[in-house]
Design a protein around this ligand. Structure first.
Ligand code: 3PY
Ligand code: MG
Length: 258
């Protein structure tokens, strides 16, 4: 039977640990999957990863024992159907700003009668003959809340049925609200806003997700009720390891740049 273990875990109210891959390498996707993450998100929004590479990612992540999820470039029916047809078991859709856009996302991600996703067979056949019947229940659909207009229209967005949860994007949210971004150290106003959004999203019975840049940040978000949180990314894990090694060698006087 076609099932999505990540969605099952989340719907049971449990926390699911995954990570992002942005470095445009299915090999990295496979390594990350083998590290025991429940899912690996392939970021097609901000990184040079096209559909042909994405399908190799999905294969590698599945081979590594994890669930492949795609963060898409846009709330667009072509992007969505092609990523799902290539085998993504979940999608994160950026920049949802209104209930009308949330309804569109449902239309694009769900088969009739819930939506208008067309069925093309092909690679999703690997999930079994019941894919078509079960996909509406098993595919994870997370809508990104990361714009001032989404904050203003949140109650209406939350009233839309047919998607699973909201994924807060702290950086774009901060930029859109004119607040200090997490990269610049963040600010109390941003944290208060995230806490308020989180409470309302949970209150509406939707799943709650966001990014986390460290294990410590991850634990703090869990305490706030977030359950879908990719921990860091391939790029940030690489930077953290590299910076720690460089600091140690610099302190020992063994690495002088320049
Ligand atoms: C943001 O912070 O804007 C995001 O999209 C996180 O992935
Ligand atoms: Mg964003």
């Amino acid at each position: 039977m076609f099932t999505n273990p990540v969605k099952k875990k989340l719907l049971e109210g449990r926390v699911s640990v995954g990570t992002w891959s942005v470095l445009a390498s299915p090999l990295i996707g496979e390594f990350l999957a083998r590290e025991g993450f429940d899912y690996v998100i392939v970021d097609l929004e901000h990184h040079p990863i096209g559909l042909e590479m994405a399908v190799h990612y999905f294969q590698a992540i599945t081979a590594g024992g994890s669930v492949p999820i795609a963060r898409l470039a846009y709330n667009d029916h072509v992007c969505i159907k092609r990523a799902l047809d290539a085998g993504a078991l979940g999608v994160i859709i950026p920049l949802i700003k209104s209930a009308a856009e949330a309804l569109k996302a449902v239309e694009f991600t769900r088969f009739p009668p819930l939506g208008q996703r067309p069925y093309g067979g092909g690679r999703v056949g690997i999930y079994g003959v019941d894919y078509l019947k079960r996909a509406n229940d098993e595919i994870l659909v997370m809508l990104q809340i990361e714009h001032r207009q989404a904050v203003e229209d949140l109650d209406a967005i939350l009233a839309v049925e047919g998607y699973d949860g909201c994924f807060i994007g702290p950086t774009d949210l901060a930029v859109s609200m004119g607040l200090r971004t997490p990269m610049e150290g963040g600010c109390a106003e941003l944290e208060d806003l995230i806490a308020d959004l989180a409470q309302r999203i949970r209150g509406a019975g939707k799943l709650l997700g966001t990014v986390s840049a460290s294990a410590e940040a991850w634990r703090e978000r869990v305490a706030q009720g977030f359950t879908f949180m990719p921990l860091c990314s391939d790029l940030s894990f690489m930077r953290q390891g590299l910076n720690a090694a460089r600091r140690e060698l610099e302190e020992a006087g063994l690495w002088q740049s320049g």
